[in-house]
Design a protein around this ligand. Sequence first.
Ligand code: HEM
Length: 121
Amino acid sequence: MSLYDAVGGDAAVNAAVDLFYEKVLADPILIPFFEGVNMDGQSAKQKAFFTTIFKGDTAGADAYMRRAHKGLVDNKGLSDPHFNAVAGHLQATLQELEVPADLITQIMGAAAGLKNAVLNR
Ligand code: HEM
């Protein structure tokens, strides 16, 4: 069973992304990064992206994440504290939704694996 099926498929991914974004957008150190971003479009992209990584299809994810966040690194100082804050909100979301601990470990591992790409280093 893929990670995607294990967390509960589409419905679970959608619920997680919605709760995750509530937390991210309420965090003062993250708010400046999302000013002017169309959150409906962003949320749809995140859902598609999480679906892809949960299905285990990580080909191209690194380059995509590098490209998607380069402007934030260059122009807005996106760095470790911001990444760690986002990861913390992801973990809290998964815990709140009662995703089993071993799956949370896998998902957080996948997120950590994208850190250098997101931060363009
Ligand atoms: C593993 C961690 C992360 C993943 C998987 C992720 C995923 C994504 C995806 C899929 C997009 C859409 C890219 C596109 O336009 O096609 C995106 C954009 C964006 N991400 Fe992330 N992201 C991560 C970390 C972060 C962090 C730490 C921040 C910090 C604030 C952040 C802020 C943003 C913003 C503001 C955009 C919109 C950029 C724009 O439209 O101008 N992301 N992210």
